[in-house]
Write a protein that binds this ligand. Structure first.
Ligand code: SF4
Length: 379
């Protein structure tokens, strides 16, 4: 039985220039057939006992863009979820959304089907930067959709922001933070741009046509982000995530706590029974497998005990609460210091980790150099 369930909708009405997620243009795709395959895959998971009797603690519908679906397709998706997934244990049901697609009708469909948390891809409140990212919504769309979501009844709303964007200045980032925080939401996520292979930005970068801010400017933006969130009473509970008490993302915390989750849909990943798996990414392969009555799993990897400990460290250290000694002992039957004492000591001497005897966590300096720390725990 898994703790979480992730459901992937791989369709988008636009392709953003930085995006390397598994997605395709919505137009001319077999969207209805895909949703039926998802329903069938969820039923297979149920028959295999992945949801147990009580079902997952969290469901997260992501993408791609779930809100790219038409109203009746969304209804169909929820009817499949409802048939296959028990919800007795469910404590959080989230959906990702794009501001220009989340109409009042779609908001009502989400609400009526039990979704109570929205994660909205706003990215910036600067119209020029949104265009530069290949986004199709305006800053006003973002504010309107938050207002309409509240009118529908949603309180648990998060928006995603990005910084370190081409030619972005600290002043522009501050303006985005001002507008974002004036919405008084209980949760914000903010990520620095990472230029991934096979994206439009990657091609531009290789042609020297992507003028990104320097490292110092980006660090300044991260610093400003942390300052402004703290001033607004939002706690940084993970490197890139800030929330009011009680509004942390339960689903994302499952990942960082190295707990189990089922992943359904093309290219989705899961972690269950000590095995990490990924589904076929291409729609055709995914749908063919399901149509032939097989779980559409492309790759499986049984996680060894030492890999599991590494994951526990580099995922757990992302959270400001860090990795707890007692949880490590309970999970692995070994003392954290017996396994990683030397590395923890070395990183502490560099001022990157701190330990209070109950847990080990990143220091303020370590938060800026997180990747350097995580690498130390990789075999
Ligand atoms: S960022 Fe989101 S909306 Fe943009 S292409 Fe990627 S999945 Fe689609």
């Amino acid at each position: 039985m898994t703790d979480g369930l992730y459901i992937h909708i791989p369709f988008c009405h636009q392709i953003c220039f930085y995006c390397d997620f598994n997605k395709v243009f919505f137009k001319n795709q077999p969207v209805d057939e895909y949703i039926d395959c998802l329903g069938e895959e969820l039923m297979m998971m149920r028959r295999e006992g992945m949801f147990g009797g009580g079902g997952p603690l969290t469901i997260f519908i992501g993408g791609g863009t779930p809100t790219a679906l038409e109203d009746r397709q969304l209804e169909k998706l929820f009817s499949h979820i409802c048939s296959a997934v028990p919800t007795d244990r469910l404590i959080e049901f989230s959906t990702e959304a794009n501001p220009d697609e989340l109409t009042p009708d779609k908001l009502a469909i989400l609400w009526e089907n039990g979704v109570r948390r929205l994660s909205i891809g706003v990215q910036s409140f600067d119209a020029g930067l949104l265009e530069r990212l290949g986004r199709t919504h305006s800053p006003n769309d973002a504010e309107r959709v938050v207002r309409q979501a509240r009118e529908t009844g949603f309180e648990n709303i998060s928006i995603d922001l990005m910084y370190g964007l081409p030619e972005q200045t600290i002043g522009q980032w501050e303006h985005t933070l001002d507008r974002a925080l004036s919405l008084e939401l209980p949760h914000y996520s903010a990520y620095s741009l990472i230029v991934e292979p096979k994206t439009i930005f990657y091609n531009l970068m290789n042609k020297n046509q992507l003028p990104l801010p320097g490292e110092d400017t980006e660090a300044g933006m991260f610093n400003l982000l942390m300052e402004r969130m703290a001033q607004s009473g939002l706690r940084q509970y993970e490197i890139s995530n800030f929330a009011e008490e009680g509004f942390e993302s339960v689903h994302n915390k499952l990942y960082w706590q190295n707990r189990t989750y089922a992943g359904a849909g093309a290219g989705a990943h899961g972690y269950a029974g000590g095995v990490r798996y990924s589904n076929h990414g291409p729609l055709k392969k995914y749908m063919n497998a399901v149509s032939e009555g097989r779980r559409p799993v492309f790759e499986e990897h049984r996680v060894t005990a030492s890999e599991e400990m590494e994951e526990e460290m580099f995922l757990g250290l992302r959270m400001t609460e860090g990795v707890r000694f007692d949880r490590f002992r309970k999970r692995f039957g070994r003392e954290l210091n017996d396994v990683y004492g030397t590395r923890i000591r070395e990183l502490s001497e560099k001022g990157l980790l701190a330990s209070d005897g109950e847990s080990v966590r990143l220091t303020q300096k370590g938060i800026f150099l997180g990747n350097e720390v995580f690498q130390e725990f990789l075999g």
